[in-house]
Design a protein around this ligand. Structure first.
Ligand code: PAF
Length: 275
């Protein structure tokens, strides 16, 4: 039976009763198979699993999709129940930020937080790291699961945990893909059929990158051939997000808009050497 709590006080009581090693899976809800892969992994590495469901206003800019971001708590709870999650924490904005945003103490990412997503969405990682840090303090996990789909977020969270001595193990869960190759995202529901067809250039670009000794050029070529996609960035970086190596393992990261829906994806590549 999954317990649902909305307040920090109830969370503290429920958390104290959880046995053994505790995993947390932070989410913004609208749960799908990608989240479920995280829950499954959490159950493998811990005795008790907490899922947090909170659409964090701090990580949305005024022109972004905070208001239309899907909120489906009843369906989310049914999924958590089916997946054997022990506790769901679904706080309100007032519960999380009782004093509002003015003057709020925040957690800033280092310079890597200014790259890629951070360059396109200024303040995004401050919003993410601040809420993740609060959720860690509130849920007191031994281990936390983050999807590789948000590769830079995963790297920023790992770095925060190390830099701030949080002592929490971070487990990366591979990206779950739909049958047509599109990385699972709560935002996929916004895509029209035509936008979805255009969005499929992203996994195609990744496939081309993985087959090429010049992954960046290969991905750019595929993306440029899809007029329905507005590419925000396509970049090859080292696995730690530093400069890409001249040769060897690296990561390709892509962000693009299909219609008004912004999608991100990434995958391992090899520079100077086709797989
Ligand atoms: O990846 C997400 O869903 C969010 O960025 C997170 C980690 C739950 C923080 O709000």
């Amino acid at each position: 039976m999954t317990a649902l709590v909305h307040t920090k006080a109830d969370l503290a009581k429920a958390r104290a009763a959880l046995p053994g090693r505790v995993a947390v899976v932070p989410t913004m809800g609208a749960l799908h198979a990608g989240h479920r892969a995280n829950f499954k992994r959490a159950k493998e590495v811990a005795d008790s699993v907490i899922v947090t469901v909170f659409v964090n206003p701090l990580q949305f800019r005024p022109n972004e999709d905070l208001d239309k971001y899907p909120r489906t708590l009843d369906a989310d709870l049914a999924i958590c129940e089916a997946d054997g999650v022990d506790l769901v924490f679904a706080p309100s904005v007032a519960e999380m930020y009782p004093d509002g945003r003015e003057g709020l103490t925040t957690v800033h990412a280092g310079p890597d937080g200014e790259l890629l997503e951070g360059a396109s969405r200024p303040g995004f990682f401050t919003g993410v790291l601040t809420v993740v840090s609060k959720l860690f303090h509130l849920t007191r996990p031994d281990v936390a699961m983050f999807g590789e789909k948000d590769f830079q977020q995963l790297a920023m969270v790992r770095r925060m945990v190390r830099d701030l001595d949080m002592g929490i193990e971070i487990v990366a869960v591979p990206t779950d893909r739909e049958g047509d190759g599109l990385a699972r995202s709560s935002r996929n529901v916004f895509l029209s059929a035509a936008e979805r067809a255009a969005a499929l250039a992203i996994p195609r670009a990744i496939e081309a990158a993985q087959a090429s000794p010049d992954p960046l050029a290969a991905a750019q070529k595929v993306l440029a051939a899809e007029p329905g996609l507005d590419v925000d960035y396509v970049a090859v970086r080292a696995n730690d997000l530093g400069e890409a190596p001249d040769r060897g393992p690296a990561r390709i990261l892509i962000a693009a808009k299909a219609g008004t829906t912004r999608l991100i994806d990434n995958a391992p590549v090899k520079v100077g050497d086709a797989r």
